[in-house]
Design a protein around this ligand. Sequence first.
Ligand SMILES: Cc1ncc(COP(=O)(O)O)c(C=O)c1O
Length: 474
Amino acid sequence: MTSEYRYQQLEAWLQQGIKEQRWRLGERLPSIRTLCREHAVSKATAQHALQRLEAQGLVEARPKAGYFVALPPTAVKSPLRRSRIEAPRPVTVSDLLLDIMRRSAAFDLLPELRAGDLPPGIVALNRSIGRSLRRQRGDAYQYYDDPAGDFGLRQQLAMHLSRRGWAVEPDRLCITSGCQHALSLALMACCKRGDVVAVESPGFYGVMQLIEQLELQMVEIPTSSDTGLDIDALAEVLERWQVRACVVSPAFATPSGALMPDIARRRLLLLAEQYDLALIEDDIYADTSLGPIPDPLKALDVNDRVILCSSFSKSLSRDLRLGWISGARWHERILHLKLVTQLASSRYLQQGVAEFMEDGSFAAHLRRQRNELQERRDQLIALLHQWPCSVRVSIPQGGLAVWVELPDRVDTLSAYSEGLKQGIVLTPGTLFSASGQFKNCLRISFAHPWDKLRREALIRLGGLLMNSGQGRPE
Ligand SMILES: Cc1ncc(COP(=O)(O)O)c(C=O)c1O
């Protein structure tokens, strides 16, 4: 070793070990005590070396557990590429999205492969719903529920949200048919035809579909996989064009997986006040956090400008079709729109879910799921680094997918049809923008277990992408 100082020598030794995969992605490094003993260094020296590795993104410190390998040696530490700013315009969403949705595959590489056993959380949920169904009064089927939704469920949600730093009364919540429904109510409530809506780029295609259908205009704001929506870029856009609303996912934006830092949240709220903007917060991924569940942006909203939208689709079940919205200053209008668009939500489903939350089953489910997701995320990242080209991969601390950037010459869109021939459904990057960006990117989910067939499909996909366009291994 040529390094001068002891901490540098130790740092180089650890770097080498990670490179040679002596400790693999997600594995724990030797403890500080072991390093001190085996390398005859002081505790401060060992700590210094580990902190330097942490600063490089190679290891991750977990409180009371030690240091863990965070990145494979080939991973790139720079943030993924940002999108460019273009003038607001109407949106046309491609047929490709409808094709993917019809295959009910937006999240699974191998949608034909349905999972075997139900997770314990879903078994408990089904039991709660069954009990709730049997409890319904004989004539319940004759009546609609309160359009705002079941009070017991709203109470449970209010308690759940209060644990995330936002004290909300149940009557400020309205139950919806999923988060997509909540987002549509939010946009309908605060925008009129032709208004401009700012969205994350890359961002959620569901919002782009709504913008198209509501005949709004869209402006894409660059979003990084580290800190989310670029607040400077948003400020620039607000200065140039009149924007009515901004849809933002501070907790694990899709597809970037970014967690917006506190300072950016505060700046966003200031901009909203300055430019009279409605902020539509898509909070759907918060409960999938691999660490503590982040507070919603709404918790900082002193000016009543943040409409919070969410659902159980990512944390529990997509099939429930249950979500919620808190509409800030637009709440009354949102309640009316809920009535117009859905009349009411299913009473027995809501009451079943309320019981599932009340008896602690939801919290237990989230704890179990968190461990599984962390393992699946790490496995996926390790597998991606076996692809025959350089890849840049986001390392999200929540959400269900990673965002992958491939060399420019790769065309994920043309790989889509090739993939279908092999039963593989990929999610090309172009879906996450309406301006043709991110052709060389894709989103890959880690919501499903990496069993043998999915692992093989992922490796095949790597080869297939390399052959797409003019792609060749680097
Ligand atoms: C970011 C985001 N928001 C909203 C939704 C829609 O969720 P729901 O199934 O609750 O309608 C999705 C679904 O993929 C999503 O990824």
